[in-house]
Structure formats: structure tokens, C-alpha cells
Ligand binder design. Structure first.
Ligand SMILES: [Zn+2]
Ligand SMILES: [Zn+2]
Length: 329
């Protein structure tokens, strides 16, 4: 058999066969994934992984509770076990189980009656005029207030067996739009960071600021403390540290200078109730200033998205935010 190269269309890495290539690609789209690197395009990967899979992307609407359900298998199970036959006749129940096991369509109505019509192929989102994309970003990413609830201390993380540092991307990630590709990220982040208010229930602001990096922090309009008895608006306080003047007159900032970062942590701690002292040295994962004593830690937060919704009346949701940073002593 002639050697047939299965090379990754994004990084051009060669694989011995199709399965190995798929395993490689799945690492970029699964729940624990290799972080977006700008080369491996999530949408394109889905297209490759699901090429020729006619059941992929099928959605059904339950005739009784109107719930939208992904995949034929889950829909059949839902209707069958909950007896959600809607207006369709009972009495068909006999024999359904047997038909379920045979794998054919077992329900007492046509599949087409419950199938939600799907667009063929992938919708060309980036082909929309920017104004329309902007409206979609606004709907998806502007929550009004985003409240970070109290956090434990950072937990040290380790790479997986292949030495890769994986990122958690749960299916319910409300910001998953931002990880589709670089252009969408760049357009969406501008609204996300500038149009939401970030409210903290604890002195975790430095973790957030360092993790989102300088280019996103510069977009922030409002960062507040949850405690009403304290001087609330921290935006001014943290802005003072975005350009930090050292004693020798040179200018630096909290992302590139440990002393500036330490001063910000101190300023926030002296200004608020504080149970756990934060490390004075916090480094973004891309930092080239790692020292052997720095430990990679994951900081997890429970987050309320849209406690006060100014924009479109959508209900508040609970999410999780996790940031990985190197922390020093
Ligand atoms: Zn690749
Ligand atoms: Zn139902």
C-alpha cells in the first residue's frame, strides 16, 4: 500500500493514518483542550471531524415540552422515557422499546415532524457586515454586570501525560464565541471588556487583570468592589498602575514588572477586607520572566453574568471563570 500522508492542514504535522490525525484535531476542540494557538481553527476542525456524518448537527423539538434536543439518540430517549408524545397518540408505546433497540425510528410520528430544519453547511458569520456582527456580539457578550464571587486560593496545576497544558472549555462556556478564531476573538473582546462592569467580592482583582493581559485590561471601563461600605470604584486605583513609575524615573506596568504588580496587590489589600494574601508576583502564561520558584496555579471563580441586565433583559446566569497564572512568593 502506498504511503499516504495525513497531515494536519493547520500545523502540517504528519500522522500515520486518519485516526491519528483525528485524535490530533480533537485535542483542539474537546472539553479539556490545547489552548487556541491561532492556527487550529475550531470551526474548520469541526467540519473535518464531522465530514460525511449526516446525523451531526441534527436538532429536534419535543412535541410535548418543546425542549430542543441535540442528536437523534437523545431525542428518542427523551420522548420515550418521559412519554412526551404530545398530540401524537399513546398506545404506540407497546413495541417501541423493541424498535428502539433495532436502531430504526421508533416513535409514533415521522422524524420530519420533530426535526428542526438546519441550514446546510456552515453559516458564513464573518461574511456578515461588521454592524450585524457587532449586534450579535452585543447580544452574546454584553451582560451588564459580571460579578466574581469569593474565590479560594489558587491550586497548582500540572501538564498532562504528553506534557501539554490543557485548558478547560466546558460545553456551557458562555464565552465560547470568543475562541472560534482570532478575528472573532479580537472583535468580541472589545465589547466584552469595555461594555460590562466587573464586580469583585474579594481582593482578586490582580488575578483577573494579569490574566486578561494588558491589551484587554486597557479596554475596561468599570471595575468595582462588591462591598458597598468600601470605596467602590477601583477603576481609577488600578489605572494608576497601568503605567507605573519606578524610583529611577523609568516607566513600567503591572504586566511587565513584579514591583508594580506587588504594589497593586498591596494597594487593593490595604483598601479592602482580606482573608488570603495574594502572591506579590503574578505572571501571565506568556511571560518570559519565569523563575524556578514560580508555580503555575489555577484560580477558579463562580461568576454571575448579568445580575443587572441593562441591555436586553436576559436572565442572569451562573458561570465559572478560571484563570491560570504563574505565582511567585
Ligand atoms: Zn495540527
Ligand atoms: Zn419533552
Amino acid at each position: 500500500m502506498p504511503w499516504h500522508a495525513h497531515s494536519c492542514p493547520f500545523c502540517h504535522k504528519q500522522h500515520a493514518n486518519k485516526d491519528a490525525l483525528h485524535t490530533h484535531l480533537e485535542q483542539y476542540v474537546s472539553e479539556w483542550r490545547i489552548p487556541a494557538d491561532g492556527a487550529h481553527d475550531v470551526l474548520e476542525i469541526h467540519k473535518i471531524l464531522h465530514a460525511g456524518d449526516s446525523n451531526h448537527g441534527k436538532q429536534y423539538k419535543c412535541p410535548e415540552c418543546l425542549k430542543v434536543i441535540d442528536t437523534q439518540k437523545h431525542f428518542i430517549a427523551h420522548v420515550y422515557y418521559r412519554k412526551h408524545y404530545g398530540k401524537y397518540l399513546y398506545g404506540f408505546e407497546q413495541g417501541i422499546k423493541g424498535r428502539c433497540q433495532q436502531g430504526s425510528w421508533p416513535l409514533p410520528f415521522d422524524e420530519e415532524a420533530a426535526l428542526i430544519p438546519q441550514r446546510k453547511g456552515v453559516f458564513n458569520f464573518l461574511g456578515l457586515p461588521y454592524d450585524l456582527r457587532h449586534m450579535i456580539y452585543e447580544f452574546a457578550l454584553v451582560f451588564g454586570e459580571i460579578v466574581f464571587l469569593r474565590n479560594g486560593v489558587g491550586v497548582p496545576v500540572e501538564p498532562n501525560q504528553q506534557g501539554l497544558w490543557l485548558q478547560h472549555n466546558p460545553k456551557s462556556n458562555p464565552l465560547s464565541l470568543l475562541i472560534v478564531n482570532r478575528q472573532i476573538y479580537d472583535e468580541g473582546r472589545r465589547l466584552f471588556y469595555s461594555r460590562n462592569s466587573f464586580v469583585f467580592d474579594s481582593p482578586d482583582i490582580p488575578v483577573f487583570l494579569i490574566a486578561i493581559s494588558r491589551s484587554n485590561a486597557m479596554l475596561l471601563r468599570e471595575v468595582r468592589s462588591e462591598d458597598e461600605s468600601l470605596h467602590q470604584d477601583r477603576t481609577g486605583l488600578i489605572r494608576d498602575f497601568w503605567v507605573w513609575e519606578k524610583e529611577d524615573g523609568s516607566q513600567t506596568d503591572i504586566w511587565s514588572d513584579d514591583e508594580a504588580c506587588g504594589k497593586l496587590v498591596e494597594a487593593l489589600e490595604s483598601d479592602s477586607f482580606c482573608f488570603a494574601r495574594h502572591p506579590r508576583r503574578l505572571l501571565h502564561l506568556n511571560s518570559d520572566r519565569l523563575s524556578p520558584n514560580d508555580i503555575r496555579k489555577r484560580y477558579n471563580f463562580n461568576v454571575v453574568l448579568g445580575r443587572r441586565r441593562y441591555e436586553n433583559g436576559r436572565e442572569a446566569g451562573i458561570g465559572k471563570a478560571s484563570f491560570e497564572l504563574y505565582a511567585g512568593l
